[in-house]
Design a protein around this ligand. Structure first.
Ligand SMILES: [Zn+2]
Ligand SMILES: [Zn+2]
Length: 413
């Protein structure tokens, strides 16, 4: 299918590492796994923002056999809000997710119809210290993966009090310069004047250079919120840059918005992830007024950044601890792999009574750290020969009863 891809082992080990690292990190901060359907009624996503690209032209939607108009999810936040409204869990409600999202557009290099994200959402607190927690978790994730060239951009989009007057001010400013904007933002100016601010086209950049900035027109509560958020990032030693053009692609953000840029990537496509506060969204989707904040991080983009920085996440780890090579009848292969696996070690073996040569080839291909060899001599002596497959250490023979301890010692677990 165009715009989709498979991930096979061993390449998928990198994906395993991305997911396991994320799950461990956010679980340590009290976030629980949320699983929502991959498709929802179209209206769930439409309420998120009629004027955004995601909803206007990229939604992967269709009418099903039951005449329902449904859409494959373009992002998870809307589904998380829908789930929150439907199940009304106690707050604060802190959840994380990992999975596929979809957009319907012409497939092109680096843009897929099905793409993958991890993310978190936290509902029920307007405390700016929660903004700091959320922003910091994304930052720590990149660090845990080994990425070093990441820049954190932060902005405030105001709230229901200070955004409307700012929006009017911006619209007036841009309407006077309408013919200097790019064609797209000329036509859509009234829909969402903020989008011209993060347009990458030179016309829009030039025309908006001196545009009024939301950050200079915040009401006092928004101003205090931003100050406390900044103080928190400073206290945690997380560097960031205020980027007043950062408006994000979705309409629902309020106050804190942020983005992580991969500086090793081409600047036109360097967003590794981002998010923000959406204090009005639960109310707009039919729930009780509940503040919320979250982020989504794109796994394909993160893999590109890891490649660009030369970081070998996951692939550097041995896939297996040991591979059992048995040419003494097969009982040792059967029993030893079971013993190793029961001890929490990763072990595999060959089947079908293959020749020693063929089994050693499988052991090499498996990526195991060592081969545990049982030929007729070892079987008779109740012993196992250990052959290092990575470092080339000399082969040793140990009593069968000591094998688990010896493998543990060698792999450091
Ligand atoms: Zn533009
Ligand atoms: Zn405000």
């Amino acid at each position: 299918m165009p715009g989709t891809f498979d991930v096979l082992p061993p390449e998928s080990r990198r994906w395993e590492a991305l997911l396991a690292t994320f799950a461990r990190l956010v679980a340590s901060a009290g976030y629980g796994l949320l699983i929502t359907p991959t498709f929802e009624e179209l209206s769930v996503f439409q309420r998120v923002g009629e004027s955004t690209d995601v909803v206007r032209k990229e939604m992967y939607d269709f009418v099903d056999k039951g005449d329902r108009h449904i859409a494959l999810r373009p992002e998870v936040t809307a589904s998380a809000v829908r789930a929150f409204v439907q199940h009304h869990p106690t707050t604060p409600w802190k959840v994380w997710y990992a999975g596929s999202n979809f957009r319907y557009e012409k497939p092109q290099a680096g843009r897929y119809r099905e793409f993958h994200q991890v993310g978190i959402e936290a509902f029920g607190s307007a405390d700016p210290d929660l903004d700091v927690e959320v922003v910091a978790l994304g930052w720590e994730y990149y660090a845990a993966l080994g990425l070093q060239q990441v820049e954190l951009l932060v902005n405030s989009l105001g709230d229901g009090v200070c955004r409307p007057p700012y929006r009017a001010l911006l619209l007036q400013f841009l309407a006077e310069r309408r013919d200097q904007l790019c064609l797209e933002h000329r036509a859509r100016l009234e829909d969402n004047p903020l989008r011209a601010l993060d347009c990458k086209k030179p016309e829009c950049r030039k025309a908006t250079a001196d545009a009024p900035r939301q950050i200079d027109h915040l009401c006092e509560p928004c101003s205090l919120h931003l100050a406390r958020t900044r103080a928190g990032l400073d206290a945690l030693g997380i560097p960031y840059r205020i980027e007043t053009g950062l408006v994000r692609g979705l309409d629902y953000y309020t106050r804190t918005t942020f983005e992580y840029a991969g500086l090793a990537l081409d600047s036109a496509q360097n967003a590794l992830g981002g998010g923000g506060r959406y204090d009005g969204l639960v109310g707009e989707m039919g729930g009780p007024d509940t503040p919320g904040i979250g982020f989504a991080l794109g796994l394909e983009r993160i893999l590109l950044a890891l490649d660009a920085e030369g970081v070998e996440t996951g692939a550097a780890l041995p896939a297996l601890d040991a591979f059992v090579v048995d040419f003494a009848g097969g009982d040792a292969a059967r029993d030893l792999t079971a013993t190793l696996r029961a001890a929490g070690l990763r072990a595999d073996r060959a089947f079908d009574g293959r020749s020693p040569k063929s089994q050693f080839k499988s052991a090499d291909r498996s990526g195991a750290a060592m081969a545990l060899v049982v030929g007729p001599d070892e079987a008779a002596a109740g012993a196992v020969a250990i052959k290092d497959l990575r470092e080339g250490a000399p082969q040793v023979t140990v009593p069968r009863a000591d094998v688990v301890d010896e493998v543990r010692r060698r792999v450091g677990r």
